[in-house]
Design a protein around this ligand. Structure first.
Ligand SMILES: [Fe+2]
Ligand SMILES: [Fe+2]
Length: 156
């Protein structure tokens, strides 16, 4: 099915963001793992995998619309040096994603592509869950302190 070129452009921009998020979260997950924060590593790796599923969905939709998926766009990765900064950076990435998805949902609606809009709405829900979890961690650190929080992240 021939898609609107602007919709394909919108999807490719979202795809680039997802590919950046995958890299950022994979690196953060490995950093947590290397510090022994296994629970944090697992959660972050799971988030990276969810972003990968989002990227797959964009690629598949672009192909369905007979467009060309662009996977060579420059990636923008913000690696933090320590846990609080890593949460902060991930929080920023998710908040940018939420803004981008909301804008894209509106744009593809204006172009009457409600199939793409449904897809984007389901991804937006995941991004909202992501930021919710990260914000909860930032709040927990404020309440119990960083060292207590990190002790809880070790072990199985
Ligand atoms: Fe995503
Ligand atoms: Fe996300």
């Amino acid at each position: 099915m021939k898609g609107n070129p602007i919709v394909i452009e919108v999807l490719n921009a979202l795809l680039a963001d997802e590919l950046s998020a995958i890299d950022q979260y994979m690196v953060h997950a490995e950093m947590y793992e290397s510090w022994g924060y296994t629970k944090l590593a697992e959660k972050t790796e799971k988030r990276a995998i969810t972003e990968m599923k989002h990227a797959e969905k964009h690629i598949s939709r672009i192909l369905f619309l007979e467009g060309r998926p662009i996977v060579t766009a420059p990636i923008e990765v913000q690696i933090g040096e320590e846990t609080p900064q890593m949460f902060q950076n991930d929080c920023e990435s998710e908040s940018k994603a939420i803004l981008a998805y909301n804008r894209a949902i509106q744009r593809v609606g204006e172009l009457n592509d409600y199939g793409t809009q449904e897809l984007l709405k389901s991804i937006l829900k995941d991004e909202e869950d992501h930021i919710d979890w990260i914000e909860a961690q930032i709040d927990q650190i404020k309440v119990i302190g960083l060292s207590n929080y990190l002790v809880e992240q070790t072990g199985e």
